[in-house]
Design a protein around this ligand. Sequence first.
Ligand SMILES: [Zn+2]
Length: 68
Amino acid sequence: MKKQYAVECESKVASDCLRKGESFDNEEEAEHWVENECWIFSGEWYLCVECNQQIMLNISKLQTKKMN
Ligand SMILES: [Zn+2]
């Protein structure tokens, strides 16, 4: 059986997090797939779109709290 590569979402904070990208025969294709899906690349790990939105939402909530 061939090894399959899939990029995993690093944070998995969102309830609708994909957790994993599609599986491919090589790492490059797996990374290409998540890039097409607009996942965020930090330099070391990937973050899916849903988690990125969740994190942005958490940050904006924190900022609102600080203002009050
Ligand atoms: Zn995620």
